[in-house]
Design a protein around this ligand. Structure first.
Ligand code: PLP
Length: 328
């Protein structure tokens, strides 16, 4: 297996902590809940992109790139972490963000600005069109951009969550913990594909449950199958995955991507008030709201142990001040 010989640039504070959430567990009265703290990976507050970027940056360096370029939503955690990774490696960063420039440059956009990323607004252009146009513009200027797709979710980035699964298995063994299910936010699929491939290697988990934040399962699962197979190939394995290998729960899409509703608000407040743990309005708050509902409806029960894999997103909290702050 090629896992140990792939180009990798060390960025993360790894292994990330693994610990129990006794107060939240007691409040919900169901299974014991633990958390894997990938919100603490480092890189301008941390998040799941750090692990992907270690491999993407490794590849960028072997190609002699001088600029990392990627695309995302205005409050993209992936874009912010890509800019931070570029800064660490003394490269430039270019971020193509969807839509038009907002008047309020807060949350992740503030951090993009602080890092000195060059921000391009995609306007009405489709993702790939905007990304390719900006990459061409950089090349025309003489820069050597390394293009990273949405969410860093290609077979190079997803390797980061294969090694994350190996990390978890070691840690769980050392802690004497076993998890009946691993629950996390899924969107562009690199995290889930990597975890499922890591599980194929370790035969560790019974259930790996991605709570979709934006896509219906029927749209996401085919992408996960392809990405996991391509990631396996990247590490020298030939594996045929099927839909049965991917559990995607799309019951918590609420009002749509980045629309914070009552379930996300409750999850954010409950985690903060019981554990001092911050989850975000877009990804981890939605996934935690899903987990809370699955506990309340008896899908996860007392006697079981469930791991919430925290994938970051904390800076987005500050873009939702109006919806989250106490009235003055
Ligand atoms: C905080 C956070 N959690 C989860 C995800 C979803 O991860 P993936 O895109 O690998 O499915 C993202 C993606 O942007 C994210 O920013």
């Amino acid at each position: 297996m090629l896992l140990d010989s792939l180009p990798r640039y060390s960025l993360g504070f790894l292994p990330t902590p693994l610990h129990s959430l006794p107060n939240l567990s007691a409040r919900l009265g169901g299974p014991a809940i633990w958390v894997k703290r990938d919100d603490q990976t480092g890189l301008a507050t941390g998040g799941n992109k750090t692990r992907k970027l270690e491999y993407l940056l490794g590849e960028a360096q072997t190609q002699g790139a001088d600029t990392l370029i990627t695309i995302g939503a205005p409050q993209s955690n992936h874009a912010r972490q890509t800019a931070a990774a570029a800064a660490r490696a003394a490269l430039k960063s270019a971020l193509v963000l969807r839509g038009a420039a907002p008047t309020d440059r807060t949350g992740n956009i503030l951090i993009d600005d602080l890092i000195g990323a060059e921000v391009f607004w995609a306007g009405a252009r489709a993702d790939d069109e905007a990304l390719n146009e900006v990459a061409d513009e950089l090349r025309a200027r003489g820069q050597r951009p390394y293009v990273i797709p949405l969410g860093g979710s290609n077979p190079i980035g997803a390797v980061g969550y294969v090694t994350a699964m190996l990390e978890l298995v070691e840690q769980a063994k050392a802690a004497g913990a076993y998890f009946d299910a691993i629950v996390f936010a899924t969107s562009s699929g690199g995290t889930q594909s990597g975890l499922v491939l890591g599980d194929w290697l370790t035969s560790y988990a019974d259930r790996i449950v991605g709570i979709s934040v934006d896509h219906p399962a029927e749209a996401l699962v085919p992408r996960l199958i392809d990405l996991a197979a391509a990631t396996a190939e990247r590490i020298g394995l030939s594996i045929n995955f099927s839909a049965d290998d991917f559990e995607v729960n799309d019951h918590y899409l609420g009002g749509g991507y980045a629309v914070m509703g009552e379930p996300e608000r409750e999850a954010i407040q409950l985690c903060a008030q019981t554990e001092g743990l911050l989850v975000d309005p877009v990804y981890t708050g939605r996934a935690m709201a899903g987990l809370i509902d699955l506990i309340r409806t008896g899908e996860f029960k007392a006697g079981q142990t469930v791991l919430f894999w925290h994938t970051g997103g904390t800076p987005a909290l500050f873009a939702y001040v109006k919806q989250l702050a106490r009235p003055a």
